[in-house]
Design a protein around this ligand. Structure first.
Ligand code: SF4
Length: 400
């Protein structure tokens, strides 16, 4: 019912590495060409787990935004903003908390998982319990219908969908809803209003999903409806309440195949990363000293790429020709490990060269970065306000 809009955020973790680039940023760069995209720094989310170390948040935020820009996120195509600079995220979070059953929060799988994993932190806080709801507010406030998530994040999105349904169910019931919806149908013009009613009947009487989709597209095309009538007609298709908060859909993203230098997932906590702004000498050194198949003690010992972290890098960076050279050379001891690593070094350096160059430009011009983010925050505030007007109205908070 609303325009396609993508929302995605990252906690401010400071400078980013190849894992972020292959896992998230490349995807953002593609998405920004296809959809309206909003990308934000989730600084409040950082506080849900790191409330005791706030001193790094600001620096990490700016470093991360520079990396986004350097990686090709384009402020002319996407809106970049900081969560805490759009305070209505907190307002919606508070208002949604009024209708959120505690049990829903407690059963979000990551709640217990993280509490058990991060034992050095006291996460028995209200903020930590509520963070999936803050995520829901982040999404729902922009009526973002597309949210790129990996499979592990899918339960969070399902939670958001449940919250939006509950909200619409409770607050979408307005006095005289049916009469208002019938009046709104008339505004479609005689031909389209007949079609809308037929499709609605087909869906409601026969459960025809195709008819439902067709009716939704019909409404999408209507320019002459105001937001209230649009919400009513979308809600009227399926039930008897307005649709105020859009239910987001998952935009499933492929899990990154980018391994760390030791073969585990690339992560700062494993100390196995190559950062996007790392200098060339350091990258060469890190790859050259990467562990390999332990069977290759001497140059003349054959090995097996399946047992070697370097092979995972070839899987990301090398073409078929190079890969078969590695397979053959490794298994026959025809090539040495340093030789094998060289194409990986070359590919990473080639990939990072334009990123470093752009990063340098932004590092040298902090005012430019601040302006990009200020523009993004202004735009985000405007979009958020459109939703909040409706939310306040239906929750009885529309004071004149
Ligand atoms: S030749 Fe390549 S794949 Fe084989 S063990 Fe050495 S680095 Fe790993």
């Amino acid at each position: 019912m609303f325009a396609d809009r993508v929302l995605s955020g990252m906690r401010p973790t400071g400078s980013l590495h190849l894992g972020h680039y292959h896992g998230v940023l490349k995807n953002w760069v593609t998405l920004q060409q296809q959809y309206e995209c909003l990308f934000f720094v989730a600084d409040w989310h950082a506080l849900t787990t790191h409330y005791d170390s706030p001193e790094l948040i600001e620096q990490h935020t700016w470093d991360m935004i520079i990396d986004w820009l350097a990686a090709g996120v384009d402020p002319a195509q996407a809106t970049l903003f900081i969560q805490s600079k759009v305070p209505s995220h907190a307002e919606l979070y508070l208002l949604l908390s009024m209708i959120t059953p505690l049990g829903w929060l407690e059963r979000v799988p990551t709640y217990k998982d993280q509490q058990e994993k991060l034992t050095e932190k006291d996460l028995s806080t209200y903020g930590f319990l509520g963070y999936p709801l803050l995520q829901s507010a982040d999404i729902l406030i922009y009526r973002a219908n597309l949210v790129p998530v990996g499979e592990d994040q899918a339960p969070h999105l399902e939670f958001t969908r449940e919250i939006s349904r509950r909200f619409n169910h409770i607050f979408g019931k307005e006095p005289g809803f049916e009469e208002k919806a019938e009046l709104a149908i008339k505004k479609l013009g005689s031909k389209k209003s007949r079609l809308y009613s037929e499709l609605r009947n087909l869906y409601q009487e026969q459960g025809d999903e195709g008819a439902l989709e067709e009716a939704k597209s019909l409404l999408d095309e209507q320019q002459n409806l105001n937001m209230g009538d649009r919400e009513r007609l979308f809600g009227y298709l399926e039930g008897k309440s307005r649709v105020i908060l859009a239910e987001p859909e998952t935009l499933l993203t492929q899990a990154s195949r980018m391994p760390g230098l030791d073969g585990q997932k690339m992560s700062k906590s494993y100390n196995n990363t190559i950062s996007l702004r790392e200098d060339a000498d350091s990258i060469r050194k890190k790859i050259r000293t990467m562990p390999t198949d332990p069977a290759r003690v001497r140059r003349s010992d054959p090995g097996d790429p399946a047992k070697c972290p370097v092979w995972s890098f070839h899987s990301v960076y090398s073409n078929d020709e190079v890969r078969s050279w590695v397979q053959q050379g490794c298994k026959s001891a025809g090539i040495g490990c340093l030789e094998c690593k060289q194409p990986v070094i070359d590919s990473i350096l080639a990939e990072l060269a334009p990123i470093s160059e752009r990063a340098k430009m932004y590092e040298e011009d902090p005012a430019l970065v601040r302006n990009i983010v200020a523009d993004g925050c202004e735009k985000a505030n405007k979009l958020a306000e459109e939703t909040m007007r409706d939310v306040r109205e239906v929750m009885g908070l529309n004071y004149s």
